[in-house]
Design a protein around this ligand. Structure first.
Ligand code: TRH
Length: 387
């Protein structure tokens, strides 16, 4: 699909607050705008090293570089001479350089300014999506764009071809064996469950590993590098264990993975029966994997994140059998600082319900996909603002 002659040039401004999520979302967005909509896209990022970790085709050094059709620049390269474009995405409201904002206002036609907001399932989102946010002093059109899970929101990032790539791996055990083999591991035994574990520091981590080690069924846990891993390694009594190593305790086998390029991390999510994810982007990718997931939500001051967590669970568990929904909630709560005891008990129930949970995950995927992909919705939204 292409947008025709209007709004052909787009800038995405990415200020990395911390971790990987800001860069991950901006990169997906920029790439999709270029690939699927044939647009001319520049990505300005203040932490090129973070983008490099997600995509090794991008060198991450000082030079501007075109990767996957996107021109990537360092944020500091924006100069007084940088020409403003048709549409600017201010990712997560991180702001734009002042002199660039002046160029946007001076341009004819003026640049459209979109503030891309954080993802939330809270009910107020649909009412705020697309509202204007007039600039206090300059004649600039600025709008809020909210991603979301339901009607009236901007939808979720989902690139073309994702479903096909996912199902090609999920229905082919040889492709899964190839995935594990590429990382130096044997295929997951057919009678074992598997789970990927990506998260922030979490005292519940060792508690869950303990439940898995004592579980009725073998479980392979894939642990890529993340802030969660050191705690798990201490519990395993192997604080210095390295990528590629396998550690065992009872029925649990722990595989230590390097930090994978983004496309390979998707494959990990597709190859595991359960995915423990965090932040914003891995959370969405785990939903597209169509397996049960557990979200380690980004903790906010005064526990504000609990409202977001509950809002998501309320909508996600709609239509799920009541007892199953209660167990899932207990698992998520325990993983996010609630009762660890209830979490372990809930795992005991959920571990036997993988089919029901995967069926639910598939139905959820269909429901959310109905909102349309976020980038398509964004392009349409911007077109509707052309005077
Ligand atoms: O890294 P995150 O915690 O990121 C963010 C930021 O902290 C941000 O400031 C905050 O606002 C937001 O969370 C809520 O989690 P996230 O969003 O899941 O991003 C992680 C990315 O890293 C995601 O694209 C998946 C990717 N990834 C890999 O590419 N390889 C890996 O091996 C792993 C574990 C993750």
């Amino acid at each position: 699909m292409s947008v025709g002659a209007v709004q052909r040039s787009w800038d995405v401004f990415c200020h990395v607050v911390d971790n990987y999520g800001d860069a991950a979302v901006c990169w997906r967005l920029a790439r999709q705008l270029a690939h699927e909509h044939g647009l001319s896209v520049r990505l300005w990022i203040d932490r090129p090293d973070v983008l490099h970790a997600l995509n090794r085709d991008y060198a991450g050094d000082a030079a501007a570089q075109t990767v996957d059709g996107v021109k990537v620049y360092r944020w500091d390269d924006v100069s007084e001479n940088t020409e403003a474009v048709d549409v600017v995405i201010d990712a997560f409201g991180g702001g734009l350089p002042d002199h660039y904002v002046r160029a946007m206002a001076a341009r004819s036609p003026r640049t459209l300014w979109i503030t891309l907001e954080y993802l939330s399932a809270e009910p107020w989102v649909a009412g705020h999506h697309g509202l204007p946010s007039p600039h206090p002093s300059l004649p600039l059109e600025r709008y809020f764009f909210f991603p979301g899970f339901g009607p009236g929101t901007g939808g979720l990032l989902k690139e073309a071809g994702l479903e096909e790539r996912r199902s090609a791996i999920q229905r082919d055990s040889a492709a899964q064996a190839q995935f594990w083999g590429g990382l130096g591991f044997a295929p997951v035994p057919p009678d074992a469950q598997s789970a990927s574990l990506f998260g922030y520091e979490n005292p519940a981590g060792p508690v869950l590993l303990d439940a898995w080690a004592r579980g009725a069924r073998s479980l392979v846990a894939a642990v890529p590098q993340s802030r969660l891993r050191p705690q798990l390694l201490s519990w395993l009594g192997a604080p210095d264990a390295c990528d590629g190593e396998t550690l065992r305790r009872g029925r649990l086998e722990v595989r230590l993975l390097p930090f994978l390029p983004q496309h390979q991390y998707d494959e990990l999510l597709w190859c595991c029966n359960w995915n423990f994810v965090r932040g914003e982007d891995s959370f969405v990718r785990a939903q597209w994997a169509q397996h049960p997931l557990v979200w380690h939500i980004y903790p906010q001051e005064a526990g504000a994140h609990w409202v977001k967590l509950d809002a998501f669970l309320d909508t996600y568990t709609r239509g799920m059998e009541t007892g199953l929904a209660a167990s899932l909630r207990a698992l998520w709560y325990g993983w996010n600082g609630g009762s660890a005891e209830a979490m372990s008990a809930a795992w005991g129930v959920l571990a036997t319900q993988s089919d029901a949970l995967s069926g639910h995950a598939r139905r959820w995927n269909e429901r959310v996909s109905g909102v349309g992909d976020m980038v398509g919705n964004l392009v349409q939204f911007c077109q509707s603002k052309v005077k």
